[in-house]
Write a protein that binds this ligand. Structure first.
Ligand SMILES: [Zn+2]
Length: 180
């Protein structure tokens, strides 16, 4: 069902989906974008979807990097891959940085980042997808009521923290283009 002229979105986790998984990526120099990412984003746009990053960045709450350093990484990611926007959660309930030490609604599997993206872009959620490599990505997408795709390009399905039932399990972002 198409809603007015709203465009759907492909919501993308960052680490393990667009860039190589690496426990805490704190600097632009730590970002290794997969060689196929920019072309995949171009294809996602061509098929009529926004490409929007939805990422938990508790490294801010943990004091590993600042929010300003995260903005730098986000700008770099946008320039290098062509994604439309990056929504991030800097919080963690056990963070050491007082400003970010909280239980929030944006940290996946919460849906706050989807809601923020909808406010800014006006998204047709019925035709949208969440793409991730972790259980919480899939649960977040399901909590937002959209279709979900689990990719094996990050930690791999063998390392899932919880058992989840995504709509699709695919190898990497290139396979996602085929189902759009
Ligand atoms: Zn948050």
């Amino acid at each position: 069902m198409q809603t007015e002229n709203k465009k759907p979105a492909v919501f993308l986790d960052r680490d393990g989906v667009l860039i190589e998984e690496n426990s805490y990526i704190a600097f632009v120099e730590n970002i290794n974008i997969f060689p196929y990412t920019a072309e995949c984003i171009r294809q996602i746009h061509k098929k009529g979807y926004y490409a929007i990053v939805i990422t938990n960045q508790s490294g801010v709450a943990r004091g590993l990097f600042t929010e300003e350093e995260l903005w730098e990484m986000n700008d770099y990611l946008i320039k290098q891959t062509g994604v439309d926007s990056v929504f991030y959660c800097p919080h963690h309930p056990e963070g050491i940085m007082e400003k970010y030490n909280m239980t929030c609604n944006c940290r996946k599997p919460g849906t706050g980042m989807f809601e923020a993206a909808c406010m800014e872009f006006g998204i047709d959620m019925q035709r949208s997808y969440m793409i991730g490599d972790r259980a919480d990505d899939i649960i977040a997408g399901q909590n937002a009521g959209i279709r979900t795709v689990l990719l094996e390009s990050g930690y791999g399905t063998a390392r899932l923290e919880k058992s989840v039932t995504p709509d699709y399990i695919l190898k990497d972002l290139r396979d996602v283009i085929e189902i759009l």
